[in-house]
Design a protein around this ligand. Structure first.
Ligand code: NCD
Length: 373
């Protein structure tokens, strides 16, 4: 007989909490979280106690807030408490990705469509892994291989998709506001995976999670965002998210790549990286979004790299425990030197890892439980 000690019960409670939405019975949970030999014993040992355990577990859990949103369109629409709740939920999902069998039944029978009108490697893959780890069925539609190239509009594509009853549509589109439009016309939950130069909320959330993991807090941290601020949805979502969570945000970039009146978003604006590097607890480097620039806003890439690129020389002025972040894709040797990107301060791969946990949390919060609107 399996020994039921404190540690065992603690683990059981934790997993029950995690499995809330996918729970079909004790043995079902046990089957997923414990090797089969132990799991069938749990079914015999615990049956009468399980509801008591459940009642005992939930009031004391931090994750007691309800997330009652149909869509995740931007950071702008989120309250600081909701951001905090998403980060805490993501934290509980991280453990699943470290198991030998990285799958839980939470979203079994649910359908997630990834509708991508712009190129993407890590964001689409990250969403797909997240959905699959929660046992949802996933479908990928990319603009280049679908009827979209034949001239079908976003709404027509969406209406046709809707006829197939998806639960979530994850949309990346070059037009700002496309996910907002879609959300008004479909029953499915819509997640914005990047809309033009507007927002990229899941990227900002995974960046927050990375900072919180490494620093224990976001509030009070000084975060420097360096590069092409004007064309970057990552910068915009991060500015919104970081200021909401109480961080101090400094931005630096060429004058042609800093939007006018950016100070009104609560950030301090500089035009030389040297002005922000020494003060920052976190440095977030951005790619030049050449695909979004009508004209070249800088004399040459080589000049950009020498003035704004982060290399060992500039980094020597940074705090000894600075964190270097980048949303990817990296242009090595342009905005960041290979030795800095791969160096000891870089948390770029932690960001990628946290992306899966954030997207699992969002899928769970949007369609894993009950919702009002
Ligand atoms: C970003 C994007 O697409 O906005 N990348 C990403 O999602 N990982 C940033 C970029 O393209 O530079």
């Amino acid at each position: 007989m399996t020994k039921i000690n404190d540690q065992f019960l603690e683990k059981l409670l934790e997993n029950i909490n995690l499995a809330k939405a996918g729970l079909n019975g004790v043995d079902y949970v046990a089957e997923y979280w414990y090797p089969p030999k132990i799991s069938h014993k749990i079914t015999f040992v615990v049956p009468g106690c399980i509801s008591l355990l459940w009642v005992a577990a939930f009031p004391s859990r931090k994750l007691s807030m309800q997330f009652r949103k149909k869509d995740l369109l931007g950071i702008k629409q989120l309250e600081p408490e909701e951001i905090q709740f998403i980060l805490e939920t993501a934290e509980t999902f991280k453990e699943i990705s470290t198991r030998p069998i990285k799958k839980v039944p939470t979203l079994r029978g649910r359908t997630v469509v990834h509708l991508f009108y712009e190129p993407s490697t890590r964001t689409r893959t990250s969403f797909e892994i997240a959905a699959k780890r929660l046992s949802a069925d996933t479908f990928n539609i990319s603009a280049s291989t679908s009827s979209i190239v034949k001239g079908e509009t976003l709404l027509d594509t969406a209406r046709n998709l809707e006829a197939m009853n998806p639960d979530v549509i994850v949309l990346r589109h070059s037009a700002a506001g496309a996910p907002h439009l879609l959300a008004k016309h479909v029953q499915a939950s819509v997640i914005n995976a990047g809309d033009g130069m507007h927002e990229h909320p899941t990227q900002a959330l995974l960046d927050l999670l990375t900072i919180r993991d490494k620093r224990g807090t976001i509030s009070g941290q000084t975060v420097a965002i360096i590069g092409d601020i004007a064309h970057s949805r990552v910068a915009r979502s991060n500015i919104l998210a970081l200021t909401k969570m109480g961080a101090r945000v400094l931005v630096a970039g060429p004058a042609t790549m800093i939007p006018l009146h950016l100070e009104t978003m609560g950030v301090e604006v500089f035009y030389r990286p040297e002005d922000v590097i020494g003060e920052a607890d976190v440095i977030m480097m951005l790619r030049i979004q050449r695909e979004r620039q009508g004209e070249m806003l800088l004399p040459s890439l080589r000049e950009y790299s020498s003035v704004f690129g982060l290399d060992e020389r500039k980094l020597s002025d940074a705090k000894p425990d600075v964190l270097i972040m980048h949303p990817g894709p990296i242009n090595r040797g342009v905005e960041i030197s290979p030795s800095v990107a791969d160096g000891p301060y870089s948390v770029i791969l932690d960001q990628v890892n946290n992306g899966v946990a954030i997207r699992m949390a969002l899928l769970y919060l949007l369609i894993g439980g009950e919702r009002d609107a």
